[in-house]
Design a protein around this ligand. Sequence first.
Ligand code: GDP
Ligand code: MN
Length: 370
Amino acid sequence: MKLHEFQAKELFSRYGIPTQRGIVIARPEDIDGLDVPYPVVVKAQVLVGGRGKAGGIKLAKTPAEAKQHAQAILGMSIKGEVVRRLLIAEAAEIQAEYYLAFTLDRQARQMVAIASASGGIDIEEVARTTPERIVKRHVDAFIGFQPFQSRELATGIGLRENHLTAFAGIAANLYRLAVQEEAELVEINPLAVADGKLLAVDAKVILDDSAAFRHPDRPPTEEETELERAARQADLSYVELDGDLAIIGNGAGLVMSTLDVVAQFGGRPANFLDVGGGATTENMAAAMEIALRKPGVRALYINIFGGITRCDDIARAIAVRPLRVPIAVRLTGTNEAEGRRLLEAAGIHAFLDAEEAAREAVRLAGEVVS
Ligand code: GDP
Ligand code: MN
């Protein structure tokens, strides 16, 4: 599980790694009356790197300026992730940027410390272009990360003598964090020299999910919507979108292609549910209930290609429901004849062709068919 920067920085503080003070907000208005000294840095909280390059990190000298940046960054999409929260932190006056991380070297079956003189740049890029600027030291799990290794890393990246003690402290704490929290990666990029002191300006932590049971206090993965939770409890995979046509299919590939075809006909999916292989009548009924609970849904498209899933089981769920919206059904495969008979008896026409059905679904949702 990847942590957001603000969550990773909370961990850093707990482990005595110096970071800037900051507050998380979700609306530009929240800037008013914030108790942070200016200038501040406005930072998009999304789980992807390269936020700075994408325009998701901006410095602001005044609250008015911070508000402008907040307006621009909130709602922005960075590598496909929509920004819903911002970290407003005291801006650091950066004199130099370094890189420091601990990660699991699976081949060596050891943690490895990685440091670089080129901070603020993607470490993969440094490895490609200037590998000589990267220093690595493996950590013996039984004796832990040693102070002499800190010194070797620090001198290897050309850190000034007066920062050595602080660097050793940060590295030791970062290693302790990685071990105690059971992380796969802990990364500070950049580890900056600001106001003459070392400071973690960015924080990245990836926790080992297989160890989650030992850490009941870990933050919740991602906030779930009510419908996402209902779907998870019913063992269905559900994704919420913002259109008005609900979509149910069986199998991830089929559902993905269904979304494409619907989009091609000008439809806007409201959500999609994958009932998976071998869905029963009950699974299907639960899926329909969840898909239609979303406000603003104007039609439902059910695309089933029966394999292990039996068309008659699916049809039973569709046929018994009085639905609040019109539906288009594509049904083919195992027990198709029986499935179609059940639907016809309930006055529902089932398409054989997925494209025709998609076109009909889009029409029902009141969209343009092109
Ligand atoms: P990333 O782009 O997602 O890795 O986000 P970072 O938090 O690492 O920020 C990217 C870059 O923005 C950093 O390498 C810095 O150069 C710059 N930056 C971030 N925070 C500050 C700050 O407080 N002060 C200054 N001067 N620059 C900052
Ligand atoms: Mn960074």
